[in-house]
Design a protein around this ligand. Structure first.
Ligand code: LMR
Length: 392
């Protein structure tokens, strides 16, 4: 029976972690998978999370099961940060904890499918796992161009796709810090998107995995809030991997905006059933630590400071790359300074990406995506030199 299974290639992004680890050159640079790094190249546990974890050891009395919704205190503690002061929009928003943002995306699309969605409009390129999840759930995908060649968002492509869509369609939007391009919609774009969705049966699914790493905590979800204010129903997938540094602890949340509390009960009962069948309940530890951080003024301040320093460092890297425009005549690096978050796409071909790896020990995704957080004051000049070499 099992011999019927064809071998599958390992996930290309995750495979890069191993490839990089097995390279013994001292000067190697990891621009692969999306983990934040300090200017020393480290990915330390957040100070706020350490404090919360220590407190958790002292106060946690049981590790008995929770329900499929996970730690609802964690889910609610995040809500004002995501949705603003009226965090439930007068009782129209509720959520559940999920195993990371991936679990939240999975749950959102499985639920959408159960509700009758058959097709998802998706700007490309997108995070490669989006397509994998959609295929695995069994949803059809209709793609449109996310970005224009000048490095800004292609609003017309999205609006055009929405015009052709109807009942049974959903649209996947990235809340901020678009993965893999770094190209976000402007406030005016979001207003136009909200207007288009308000008059459309298309269900918005907003994936927000980099909240706080772009322009600021409120700024990064301003577009999401504009859409949610305009539409009767929406789904939100949220990740704490990056903004709380909890990658391997798998901490995420899934939120629903529903038309009424009766519908909310029915929707969440379906989401609970899907969660139970998939993972039963999410891992608790990281979500509990986030809850403690967000319920403590002192720890929240430590967290906000950490997030701000990450944001500033990412901005420094982007500005430096944008300034290097003249040093790499073959590449237009200037747009990177106007984009957000951890990722950017470099228009390099396969040979150039391979040459960067072979000759310069620079590792990036095969798509040309770089994680700009892998660049530091110590390796920036080497990277810019390597780019000039392969594009010259
Ligand atoms: C990435 O895109 O590198 C991150 O979101 C990590 C992942 O799971 O792919």
């Amino acid at each position: 029976m099992l011999e019927a299974l064809e071998p599958q290639a390992p996930d290309a992004l995750l495979a890069l972690i191993k490839l990089f680890a097995s390279d013994d050159r001292d000067e190697k640079i990891d621009l692969g998978v999306g983990v934040y790094r300090t200017d020393d190249g480290a990915t330390p546990v957040f100070k706020a999370i350490k404090q919360a974890e220590q407190k958790l050891v002292d106060i946690q009395e049981s590790k008995g099961y929770l329900g499929p919704e996970g730690d609802i205190g964690f889910v609610h503690a995040l809500m004002p940060r995501i949705f603003g002061k009226n965090a439930t929009m007068n009782g129209h928003i509720e959520g559940m904890q999920t195993p990371g943002g991936t679990g939240a995306c999975r749950l959102a699309f499985a639920l959408a499918q159960k509700a009758g969605v058959g097709r998802v409009l998706m700007g490309v390129p997108s995070w490669p796992n989006h397509a994998q999840i959609l295929a695995d759930v069994g949803l059809e995908v209709m793609t449109f161009e996310h970005a224009k060649p000048d490095g800004t968002a292609n609003l017309d492509a999205l609006l055009g796709a929405l015009r052709t869509a109807g009942e049974g369609d959903a649209v996947l939007l990235h809340g901020c810090c678009h993965n893999p391009t770094g190209v976000d919609y402007s406030a005016e774009d979001w207003a136009a998107i909200a207007e288009a969705l308000a008059d459309s049966p298309v269900l918005p699914v907003i994936d927000t995995a980099y909240h706080g790493l772009g322009q600021g905590l409120d700024e990064d979800v301003a577009g999401l809030r504009t859409v949610l204010a305009a539409v009767p129903e929406a789904l939100v997938a949220y990740s704490c991997d990056k903004n709380f540094g909890l990658y391997r602890d798998r901490v995420g949340a899934f939120y629903v905006k529903a038309k009424s509390s009766e519908q909310m009960d029915a929707i969440l009962s379906n989401a609970n059933a899907l969660a139970r069948a998939n993972w039963s309940m999410p891992p608790d530890h990281g979500g509990a630590a986030v809850r403690l951080v967000l319920r403590s003024e002192d720890m929240t301040k430590v967290w906000l400071d950490e997030l701000e320093s990450m944001r500033k460092r990412l901005r420094w890297v982007r500005d430096r790359l944008a300034q290097a425009d003249n040093e790499v005549p073959g590449l237009d690096l200037a747009p990177l300074g106007r984009q957000n978050g951890m990722f950017a796409m470099l228009p390099l071909d396969k040979d150039q990406i391979q040459k960067l790896r072979d000759d310069h020990a620079v590792y990036m995704a095969g798509s040309g995506r770089i994680n700009v957080a892998g660049l530091t004051k110590g390796n920036m000049d080497k990277f810019i030199g390597a780019l000039a070499d392969v594009t010259g």
